[in-house]
Design a binder for this molecule. Structure first.
Ligand code: NAD
Length: 292
């Protein structure tokens, strides 16, 4: 069994981006600029955004964090995003989800200009992804693809089972894995909360992507020998032994599943780190596109 190490791969992606930024500056081009919008003060969202901003600094990007009050109206948020859409210096915009209940997430995603949609959630980005056109790929699925590529994992003709059909992970990764390219060319089965014989389906999988958000859901009796297991889940579970009071758990029962796998991602230290690396790639691309 080999660990797919998010630390190693994300570091290599970041070095690559950092090198491109240096070259860009030498050529007199602008500094890539990511604007992150955080509404309210959800603990997990705070952590994610802080990490994204820190990673921007590490690769030489400019970043702006816009904090807005939990009680902000949808119209006020739209105005803030439109300002960023019109700001020539801003290359990428991300609005940290989830948003407070008075705000419709779909409306907000649709407001971000597709040229600055570095999260890849806009319908234009998703439409291009489906058609196999160059676009911003949602960061988590993009991170998974970069990971598969880094470890040169064979995907052609393999049966990939994706557990979860969300717009940000399950659905886009299922489309990417089925594309006629590398990584891709998989036969993909998408499973979800209504899937009846999930265990039998998983047992046929060469590659399993677990993205459902139920800690340690995937057990060893659901995985065949030598499967590749990608664990997307991130759930905070109470843990009195931790200073923070919680532990991070993935969707895979790592201790029991890992001995059966050819490759597996750990949580933490796997897909989460790749998500940020992919966001940096998208932000650089958004900036680079201005010179095309
Ligand atoms: P979501 O809640 O939007 O979607 C969950 C999906 O799982 C749904 O499509 C649902 O049908 C399916 N599902 C639920 N229960 C199921 C069951 N018993 N059997 C089969 N399918 C079931 O979640 P999401 O936004 O896609 O996130 C999934 C997990 O990935 C969460 O833990 C989230 O925190 C994590 N996540 C991690 C990253 C990262 O960077 N690593 C990024 C995004 C999300």
């Amino acid at each position: 069994m080999q660990i797919l190490d998010g630390k190693i791969v994300s570091q290599s992606v970041k070095e690559n981006v950092k090198g491109k930024v240096i070259l860009f500056k030498k050529e007199g081009k602008k500094t890539p600029h990511l604007a992150a919008v955080l509404v309210g003060s959800n603990g997990a969202s705070e952590t994610y955004v802080a990490s994204k901003v820190k990673n921007c600094e590490e690769v030489g990007f400019k970043s702006t964090l816009i904090r807005l009050d939990e009680t902000i109206s949808e119209n006020e948020l739209i105005t803030a995003i439109e300002k960023l859409n019109n700001d020539e210096d801003v290359d990428g915009i991300l609005v940290q989800l989830p948003l407070p209940k008075q705000i419709n997430e779909e409306t907000i995603i649709n407001i971000i200009h597709p040229d600055k949609d570095v999260d890849g959630f806009h319908p234009v980005s998703i439409g291009k992804l489906v058609q196999g056109l160059p676009t911003f790929i949602p960061a988590t699925p993009y991170g998974i693809m970069l990971m598969l590529e880094h470890y040169k994992i064979e995907t052609s003709g393999k049966h990939a089972v994706v557990i979860g059909r969300s717009n940000i992970v399950g659905r886009p990764i299922s489309i990417l894995l089925s594309r006629n390219t590398y990584p891709g060319n998989c036969t993909v089965t998408v499973c979800h909360s209504r899937t009846k014989n999930l265990k039998e389906i998983c047992l046929q999988a060469d590659i399993i992507v677990a993205a459902l958000g139920i800690p340690e859901f995937l057990k060893e009796d659901m995985v065949k020998e030598d499967a590749v297991v990608i664990d997307v889940g991130i759930t905070r579970v109470p843990d009195a032994t931790k200073k923070s009071g919680f532990a991070i758990k993935g969707d895979v029962d790592f201790a029991n599943v890992s001995p059966k796998c050819s490759y597996i991602t750990p949580v933490p230290g796997g897909v989460g780190l790749m998500t940020i690396a992919a966001l940096l790639m998208n932000t650089f691309t958004a900036c680079e596109n201005k010179y095309r």
